[in-house]
Ligand binder design. Structure first.
Ligand SMILES: Cc1cc2nc3c(=O)[nH]c(=O)nc-3n(C[C@H](O)[C@H](O)[C@H](O)COP(=O)(O)OP(=O)(O)OC[C@H]3O[C@@H](n4cnc5c(N)ncnc54)[C@H](O)[C@@H]3O)c2cc1C
Length: 290
């Protein structure tokens, strides 16, 4: 495997990177850690005469809190996230999810932005961020827009980003009061074949809000409003209602046929993992309420 020749551009601002990408058009791609893009180029699956290296763009790095949300620069590596005291304090479940991505070699250079923008269906963060109600901050030249996480991925290896537009940061809101998150996933080889994140919020001990996001099975992560089936559920009936909700989720998915697993098996995994994620989220919400 040998990389074809290409020129590297090293912008130092988002505006400069955006301008370069717009000017160079289809001949160019952005990259940060390169764990996806350089591999795709080595395998002959992508070819670019110009690569725009984002590593020197300071505005894409770092984690800051606004009080209501945590702003995570797109070029933050998975390792920086899992080891950040600020991220661990803000959302321990997010830090824990990140620590399960790939292996330490990939996590040390691979970035959150690269993961989201590559939009491989078999991934963890997009699913988590949907259930957590996150937003993506995108910028093209001087124009900035905020895209809900549930709308960012539009297909396998496709996102809402326009040519010349960059993902600048992810905004992770604070978890609502008395809420908990559960994230579970399973992999057979390198990447997950099922990824489920549930968010459950309680009011007076009963479910007042619930979300279920399912990834790595469909072409794009599926966002299911679990509130309808779980609203009002409490300690006595949560298990039975979570079971029904998980069964509905298994019916709703349209499993990809890009692996060795049958659609029936994948649906079963969605059922089992949805149930588990909901149970974990409910337990975390109860802990947060006590
Ligand atoms: C062996 C292996 C195992 C893996 N296992 C998992 C797993 O278990 N779970 C999981 O979720 N993922 C997994 N991954 C994926 C991994 O998380 C990604 O490879 C990594 O996060 C990509 O980041 P990067 O910076 O290297 O991306 P790059 O390769 O640099 O870029 C990827 C794509 O994103 C675009 N891009 C990058 N940054 C921006 C930006 N700021 N704005 C616009 N476009 C941008 C690039 O143009 C390119 O198309 C695995 C990968 C490998 C190689």
């Amino acid at each position: 495997m040998k990389l074809p020749p290409f020129s590297v551009h090293r912008p130092e601002s988002v505006q400069e990177a955006s301008r370069l990408l717009a000017e160079l058009g289809d001949e160019a791609a952005a990259y940060c850690g390169g764990t996806e893009l350089l591999l795709a180029m080595k395998l002959g699956l992508a070819e670019y005469a110009h690569l725009v290296d984002l590593k020197r763009v300071a505005a894409l790095h770092g984690v800051t809190s606004s009080g209501t949300s945590l702003r995570i620069g797109a070029s933050t590596t998975h390792y920086e996230l899992e080891s950040s005291p600020q991220v661990r304090a803000w959302c321990p479940a997010f830090a824990a999810m990140t620590s399960e991505v790939a292996n330490i070699r990939v996590r040390s250079v691979g970035t959150l932005g690269g993961n989201l923008c590559f939009a491989d269906p078999h991934s963890d963060p997009a699913t988590f961020l949907i259930a957590a109600g996150a937003s993506m901050l995108c910028r093209k030249a001087a124009d900035t827009r905020r895209v809900p996480a549930a709308e960012f991925v539009t297909g396998p290896y496709q996102t809402v980003l326009e040519p010349g537009e960059l993902l600048v940061a992810v905004e992770l809101p604070a978890l609502p009061d008395q809420a908990g998150i559960g994230h579970v996933r399973m992999k057979l080889h390198e990447r997950p074949i099922v990824t489920v994140t549930a968010m459950v919020q309680l009011t007076g001990g009963a479910v007042s809000h619930a979300l279920l996001a399912i990834g790595s099975v469909n072409a794009v992560p599926l966002s299911a409003d679990a509130a309808a089936s779980l609203l009002g559920a409490g300690t006595g009936d949560f298990d039975a209602r979570a079971d029904a909700c998980a069964r509905q989720a298994a019916i709703a998915v349209r499993p990809l046929s890009d692996g060795d697993s049958s659609p029936e098996y994948l649906r079963h995994l969605v059922y089992v993992h949805s149930r588990r994620a909901l149970t974990e989220a409910f337990a975390a919400a109860r802990d947060a309420s006590s």
